[in-house]
Design a protein around this ligand. Structure first.
Ligand code: PRP
Length: 206
C-alpha cells in the first residue's frame, strides 16, 4: 500500500485517471463526496490543497504526491523529484496592464504568491522591487493600483484577458511532478519504483 497526496482540482483528477489506468484505481473516489481519504487495493489517496502537497510528502504524511514544479522552485521542499508527468503545463509570467511602462526611478511594485521566484527573477536583472505578497486573485492588484505588475501562473491566459491584463514576460515553463518522501523512498522502495515505472510506461505509450 502506498499513500498518495493528490492536489484537489482538475490536475489531481487528471493524474488520478492516469494512476487508475496504471492499476492503482480506487472506484470510491468517483462518488460525489466531501471525503478526503480513499483507500484502494494498492494505494490510499488523500485530496490535499495543491500548495500543501509538498508539505505532506516532505513530512512523510504521504509517501508520494503530485505537485507543480512552481511549488518545488518556490519552496524547495526536501523531497525526491521522480518524474515529469507532462500534465498541468503552465508558465510563470510577469503580467500587467496593456499600457504598462516601467519607471526605473522607483522600485517596481510586484504582487505575487511566488515571492522567491519573483525575487530571483528581478535579482538577475538588478531591478529593485517592492514585493507585495498576496494569496489569490493576484490579477486585481495592478487593476486597483496596488502593484505595477504581477508574477503569477498563466495556464490558458483567460484570467489575464478577462481582466484586461497581458503577459509582459515569461519567466519559466512548468509541469506537474511526481515527488517522494525521502524516508519512504528507502523503506517502500519497490512500491514507489513500481508506481513511477507504471506511470512512466503509460506516458511513453502516449
Ligand atoms: C491561477 C493563477 C491565475 C489563473 C491562471 O489561479 O493564479 O489566476 O489560475 O489560469 P488561466 O491562465 O487558465 O486563466 P487559481 O485558479 O489557482 O486561483 P487564485 O486566484 O486563488 O490563485
Amino acid at each position: 500500500m502506498i499513500d498518495i497526496a493528490l492536489p484537489k482540482g482538475r490536475l489531481g483528477e487528471q493524474v488520478y485517471d492516469m494512476l487508475e489506468r496504471c492499476g492503482y484505481g480506487c472506484p470510491a473516489i468517483h462518488a460525489e463526496s466531501r471525503k478526503l481519504i480513499f483507500e484502494g487495493e494498492r494505494a490510499r489517496y488523500f485530496w490535499v490543497k495543491p500548495s500543501d502537497v509538498a508539505i505532506y510528502v516532505e513530512r512523510g504524511a504521504a509517501d508520494v504526491g503530485i505537485v507543480g514544479k512552481d511549488i518545488l522552485l518556490e519552496y524547495s521542499p526536501d523531497v525526491y523529484e521522480l518524474l515529469d508527468l507532462g500534465v498541468g503545463k503552465c508558465r510563470m509570467a510577469v503580467a500587467g496592464k496593456r499600457d504598462f511602462s516601467d519607471d526605473f526611478d522607483r522600485p517596481l511594485r510586484v504582487a505575487t504568491k511566488f515571492t522567491h521566484i519573483a525575487r530571483e527573477h528581478y535579482d538577475h536583472r538588478n531591478r529593485e522591487i517592492d514585493i507585495i505578497k498576496l494569496n489569490g486573485s493576484i490579477e486585481l492588484a495592478p487593476i486597483l493600483g496596488l502593484s505595477d505588475v504581477i508574477v503569477d501562473l498563466v495556464e490558458t491566459g483567460k484570467t489575464l484577458a478577462e481582466n484586461g491584463l497581458e503577459v509582459l514576460e515569461t519567466i519559466l515553463h512548468f509541469s506537474a511532478r511526481l515527488i517522494a518522501n525521502k524516508v519512504s523512498y528507502k523503506f517502500k522502495h519497490d512500491e514507489t519504483e513500481q508506481l513511477a515505472a507504471a506511470v512512466s510506461g503509460l506516458l511513453a505509450r502516449g
